[in-house]
Design a protein around this ligand. Structure first.
Ligand SMILES: Nc1ncnc2c1ncn2[C@@H]1O[C@H](COP(=O)(O)OP(=O)(O)OP(=O)(O)O)[C@@H](O)[C@H]1O
Length: 257
């Protein structure tokens, strides 16, 4: 008998390539994201993490290769279409309206999902039907009690929590987090780890993250990129001790020790 057949991945990339004027920033990447897992993409500066992320979410078109979300081929589709199919992205896109409240933001995100268009939901009364779900989502990201202030007045960490609530409002099959702790001090980093830990329950999460302690706290599996290629893939503990990974980050002298 052979090995058990693993569950089909919810998100899978095959032979993904992105060239910039002949330079391959992503060079034949295969990636399998298991349903219900937290999967981190890591690698030294310039490894291709952001480019790969942009390929998955449709912000960049691949030069070659495929990205499948369940039965859907995503390569070549627009970011909006990809979001509707169930791949939502949060962080590093500051998309908040300073004068609207967090509750209004979430209500609009929920209304947008219906496909009926903004005009249909324009009156406050129509949007009010999403109030309960909006409150639930705000509670989930730790913003209960902050629903009615202008979003522009929220502290940085809370703005990012609101962006997360907006992504969750789409009820994504896969949630992509782009450097969730970038630019944060230690306290906000800890809070963000707690937040992601809370929202990951029952969800599939892919995150690009530089901070290895964040990766070790959150990730079930890690893919290490180097020069546009997958250098290693596996659980964090194995990746941490992988000689090739240590060399990629620190150079040959460390790996030899
Ligand atoms: N629009 C572009 N035009 C030309 N080259 C690009 C472009 N975007 C990325 N690159 C190059 O592709 C390579 C991978 O960049 P990318 O930003 O994906 O890496 P990264 O792993 O996210 O790096 P970092 O950790 O520094 O954010 C780099 O050499 C970068 O200079």
């Amino acid at each position: 008998m052979g090995d058990p057949v693993p569950d089909a991945p919810v998100l899978a990339a095959r032979g993904l390539v992105r060239e910039f004027r002949g330079f391959r920033a992503v060079d034949g990447v295969n990636l399998d994201i298991a349903e219900g897992s937290v999967h981190a993409l890591v690698g030294p500066n310039g490894a291709g993490k952001t480019t790969l992320f942009n390929l998955l979410t449709g912000f960049l078109k691949p030069t070659a290769g495929s990205v499948r979300l369940g039965p859907h081929e995503l390569a070549g589709r627009s970011p909006e279409r990809i979001a509707r199919l169930g791949l939502a992205r949060s962080f590093q896109i500051t998309s908040l309206f300073g004068e609207l409240t967090p509750r209004q933001h979430v209500e609009l995100a929920l209304a947008g999902r219906t496909g009926l268009g903004w005009r249909f939901w324009r009156s406050d009364k129509a949007l009010g039907r999403f109030a309960d779900r909006a409150d639930e989502l705000l509670g989930e990201v730790g913003l209960a009690g902050h629903g009615d202030v202008p979003a522009g007045a929220l502290a940085y960490g809370r703005k990012r929590a609101l962006e997360l609530a907006l992504a969750l409002a789409l009820e994504p099959k896969v949630l992509l987090l782009d450097e969730p702790t970038a630019g944060m001090g230690a306290e906000d980093v800890d809070r963000t780890v707690e937040l992601v830990r809370r929202v990951k329950a029952g969800r599939t999460v892919v995150l690009v993250e530089h901070n290895m302690s964040v990766v070790s706290s959150l990730a079930d599996r890690v893919t290490v990129l180097q020069q546009g290629r997958v250098l290693a893939e596996g659980p964090y503990d194995r990746i941490r001790d992988d000689r090739r990974v240590i060399t990629a980050y620190l150079g040959d002298s460390h790996a030899a020790r």
